[in-house]
Design a protein around this ligand. Structure first.
Ligand code: ZN
Ligand code: ZN
Length: 362
């Protein structure tokens, strides 16, 4: 079982640096990370020596099962979350309270300010997210599981791919296989782009059939229980122009260069630059219009980011995607995405779907 107490103690240290007496954790993923509670509509008030979850009666039993060591403040239908928070903060006699500025509405913040005139509300950004950047043993176990599920699902879908299948049908089949292999669901709506649709990085699968082009781009992931994976491969389904293999090998070389550069202390933007240089040198710089990669875990996009202007060093325990691409509008797109763990002596590529050009041809 994850060490939730240790996570909360780490957060307490970060909160103390903001000079607040306590923090109100309103992001549901952050509440899960800090307590193990997997439901929603619940906040965590973390004080210097206590932790209380504010929730409603629907969740009483689940809360008692999932986090028996945490105090509960359960409200009935006559009261709102805002009133409950205000009441509890007054009762706890807090002088100042850190708020997750990225997770509450301006309306909530203003109303809370009105109700708690004597309490200093401190807007904080990304304190829990900062902790979530570094994955612990339990998180890595589930991330590996999420990758394994995604890989097995893809192998089945690829082997069973038929010319008359539409993008939407392939997408649905990935969802089905992910669940059959034990995943909760896919990590996001898979991108399945036939031919020119592969050149649209966030394309939504439609009615185009596999047989209408020579390739399909698939970007998919699985959610194991709570943690996710994120992968991209192309499948060459027909007679492709020679340019596809040439472009593919440039993207692959860029991806390998970037992965090679991953180790603790390496600067995030330098990893992006390593891949970008290969693609730019080959003359396709303008066709690689997004950043190289991102962290993932409870959410599919988390900190850190492998992108221009990210000047922080990578640290052991971070997991990131590395996903360079070249997109040729009206023709095709190539992206190759793998999941990488930063280890104490370098990195480990967690995903294992074969990726030489020949491996993509069916
Ligand atoms: Zn992806
Ligand atoms: Zn991604």
């Amino acid at each position: 079982m994850p060490n939730y107490k240790q996570r909360r103690d780490k957060l307490r240290r970060l909160v103390r640096e903001t000079n607040a007496d306590a923090i109100l954790v309103t992001s549901y993923d952050n509440v899960t990370y800090l307590t193990g509670f997997t439901g929603d509509s619940s906040y965590l008030l973390l004080t210097r020596d206590g932790q209380i979850i504010l929730s409603d009666k629907r969740y009483t039993t689940q809360l008692e099962n999932e986090c028996p060591n945490i105090d509960l403040d359960i409200r009935g239908p006559e009261s709102t979350m805002l009133e409950c928070v205000a009441k509890l903060v007054r009762k706890t006699k807090l002088g100042s309270l850190a708020i997750e500025a990225g997770n509450v509405t301006l309306e909530f913040f203003q109303k809370l300010e009105e109700k708690l005139a004597k309490v200093d509300l401190v807007a904080t950004g990304g304190l829990v997210e900062q902790l979530r950047e570094i994955k612990d043993k339990d998180e890595l176990t589930e991330i590996r599981e999420a990758i394994g599920i995604a890989e097995r699902a893809f192998a089945v879908v690829k082997a069973g791919l038929r010319p008359e299948q539409t993008e939407k049908q392939v997408c649905d089949e990935i969802e089905r296989q992910v669940r059959l292999f034990g995943g909760a669901c896919t990590a996001f709506w898979p991108i399945v782009g036939v031919g020119p649709n592969g050149a649209l990085p966030h394309y939504r699968p439609g009615e185009v059939k596999v047989e209408e082009s020579f390739m399909v781009l698939v970007d998919w992931g699985a959610k194991a229980k709570l943690y996710m994976s994120d992968l991209t491969r192309i499948i060459v389904t027909g007679k492709a122009p020679a340019k596809l293999e040439r472009v593919y090998n440039i993207v692959l070389k860029a991806q390998k260069k970037a992965i090679e550069a991953i180790r603790p202390g390496a600067i995030m933007e330098d990893i992006d630059a390593a891949a970008r240089k290969v693609i730019t040198d080959a003359g396709f710089g303008k066709q690689f219009g997004h950043s190289l990669g991102h962290g993932f875990g409870l959410q599919i996009h988390e900190q850190p980011r492998l992108a221009v202007n990210q000047k922080r060093p990578l640290q052991t325990g971070m997991v990131v995607t590395v996903e360079p691409g070249i997109y040729l509008p009206g023709a095709f797109g190539v992206r190759i995405e793998d999941d990488i763990l930063v280890t104490s002596d370098g990195h480990e590529v967690l995903s294992n779907v074969p990726k030489e050009y020949a491996d993509c041809v069916i």
